[in-house]
Ligand binder design. Structure first.
Ligand SMILES: Nc1ncnc2c1ncn2[C@@H]1O[C@H](COP(=O)(O)OP(=O)(O)OP(=O)(O)O)[C@@H](O)[C@H]1O
Ligand SMILES: [Mg+2]
Length: 235
């Protein structure tokens, strides 16, 4: 349903992506693993129209995302949950959620229904709905970022390092949440440095190195691949 074909992205002299092709099929969780600076975020941002590919093609269903603006892409059903959560620290929890609905013209009732969905998933967000998002713990901010993404009723979520910097027990909760989001019929691209958890959680995966896809396949095969083990799974 979402395809990037031979995508190239450069920042001035820095080449971030070279002929990257990936595909997400409906209902899947697909992992993109790679080290610092491999180009994972650049790939997500090029899908979202935040950075423009110098060449290549990005399509979602029958739409050419390369020609669409970021808010149009969100409206079409693809949402990005950025690396580092990027919650609006000075806004309340609920106002952060409302920002996630900006591209939809929900009625008051629809907006409230979406808030309640988020609060049912994470009751702590309801308790804290009037507090500034910056006062939440890292794990709570990640849950808020996921819920903010869900506010736009996406069909596809691009999750950029959702486990980064979180304690192991919270990491488990984040990956459980991702699985339950997927069960609701949302397809997911999961970008992670935590290769083990990402491959455990996904059906297929791509390995990105220096801006190139060097390997792809079923996640269970990648988990057993000696090269992947040595480079990303601690031997
Ligand atoms: N806005 C930018 N301006 C200049 N160079 C950039 C910019 N964004 C990314 N880069 C460069 O592009 C390359 C890929 O970076 P990118 O952030 O996509 O990697 P990443 O895989 O997401 O890394 P990380 O795991 O650290 O998040 C790096 O060399 C990075 O320095
Ligand atoms: Mg990144």
């Amino acid at each position: 349903m979402l395809k990037a074909e031979n995508v190239n992205v450069s920042f001035g002299q820095v080449r971030a992506l070279t002929n990257v092709s990936i595909e997400l099929k409906e209902g899947e969780i697909v992992a993109i693993i790679g080290a610092n600076g491999a180009g994972k975020s650049s790939l997500m941002r090029s899908i979202m129209g935040d950075v423009r590919a110098t060449s290549g093609k990005i399509t979602y269903l029958d739409k050419n995302l390369g020609k669409m603006r970021p808010h149009e892409i969100v409206k079409a059903g693809v949402v990005y949950v950025p690396e580092g959560r990027q919650v609006f620290a000075k806004l309340s929890v609920q106002d952060n959620l409302e920002m996630g609905a900006y591209c939809r013209n929900y009625s008051k009732a629809e907006l409230n229904r979406h808030y309640e969905e988020a609060y049912t998933m994470f009751p702590i967000l309801k308790d804290r709905r009037k507090q500034m998002a910056g006062s939440l713990s890292g794990g709570q901010q990640q849950m808020l970022a996921l819920c903010r993404g869900l506010m736009s009723d996406p069909k596809v979520m691009l999750l950029d390092e959702p486990s980064l910097g979180l304690a192991p027990i919270i990491v488990d909760e984040v990956f459980e949440t991702i699985k339950s989001i997927n069960t609701r019929g949302i397809s997911v691209i999961l970008v992670e440095q935590n290769a083990y958890m990402a491959l455990e959680t996904s059906a297929r995966g791509y390995v990105l190195e220096n801006g190139e896809v060097i390997l792809s396949g079923p996640s269970n095969e990648l988990l057993n691949n000696p090269g992947v083990k040595a480079a990303y799974l601690g031997g």
